[in-house]
Ligand binder design. Structure first.
Ligand SMILES: CC(C)(COP(=O)(O)OP(=O)(O)OC[C@H]1O[C@@H](n2cnc3c(N)ncnc32)[C@H](O)[C@@H]1OP(=O)(O)O)[C@@H](O)C(=O)NCCC(=O)NCCS
Length: 180
């Protein structure tokens, strides 16, 4: 059996395992500005909304079936002209950080986005999370802006960095169809 993690589309049945991974980062970290961990039903509802919008949500599992992490992309804004731009998220199980899983999941997510015709990907990253900045820089994202002290968590004001990466033709050709 291969030691490589298996990356595949998530299903609603995995919501409880995803909620467990996310809860650790909500409670202990600053990557997300949520303060109360959402329960499995709320995660399932979020997954269903992205699924209905045709957006990707991927999970990585090891050979024993343990859920190692997940990544998803959602519309950056719902207004029509933003149609070809998404915002991405990646979360790795707290005891599996720094083993290349984020790199693999983000790479797979970008492929899924590109296959859907997405042209721009935005990551909103808490400046207190160097691993996330490094992950996105390694995947070709560049910093495009910084909002100062817009978050408050664990007794600190937190900046949000925006990093962006083009996919496919980026802005060098029009989309297959104009939004509308
Ligand atoms: C950010 C996150 C998804 C990265 O996934 P990961 O599996 O830990 O990262 P990887 O092992 O793939 O490493 C990616 C790069 O980041 C670097 N990196 C990892 N941890 C780091 C740290 N604490 N400080 C600085 N750089 C770090 C690695 O060196 C690697 O670059 P390299 O291959 O050139 O050495 C993961 O750490 C995580 O879930 N963090 C908490 C939640 C979060 O911040 N999510 C992002 C929200 S969009």
């Amino acid at each position: 059996m291969s030691d490589e993690p298996r990356i595949e589309p998530a299903t609603g049945a995995e919501a409880a395992e995803i909620a467990e991974i996310y809860a650790h980062h909500v409670i202990h970290g600053t990557a997300t500005f949520e303060i109360e961990p959402p329960d499995a039903a709320e995660i399932a509802a979020r997954m269903e909304r992205l699924h209905a919008a045709g957006m990707p949500w991927l999970v990585a599992r090891d050979a024993a079936g343990v859920l190692l992490g997940y990544a998803y992309a959602g519309r950056y804004h719902t207004r029509a002209a933003y149609r070809d731009t998404v915002e991405n998220s990646v979360y790795i199980r707290h005891d599996k950080l720094g083993q290349g899983l984020g790199t693999r999941l983000l790479g797979a997510l970008l492929e899924e986005c590109e296959a859907r015709g997405v042209r721009q990907v935005i990551a909103g990253i808490a400046a207190t999370e160097p691993s996330s900045v490094a992950l996105h820089a390694k995947a070709g994202f560049v910093e495009v802006g910084r909002l100062r002290s817009v978050g408050r968590k664990h007794g600190k004001w937190i900046d949000v960095l925006y990093m962006q990466r083009a996919l496919g033709d980026g802005d060098t050709s029009p989309p297959a169809e104009e939004p509308g």
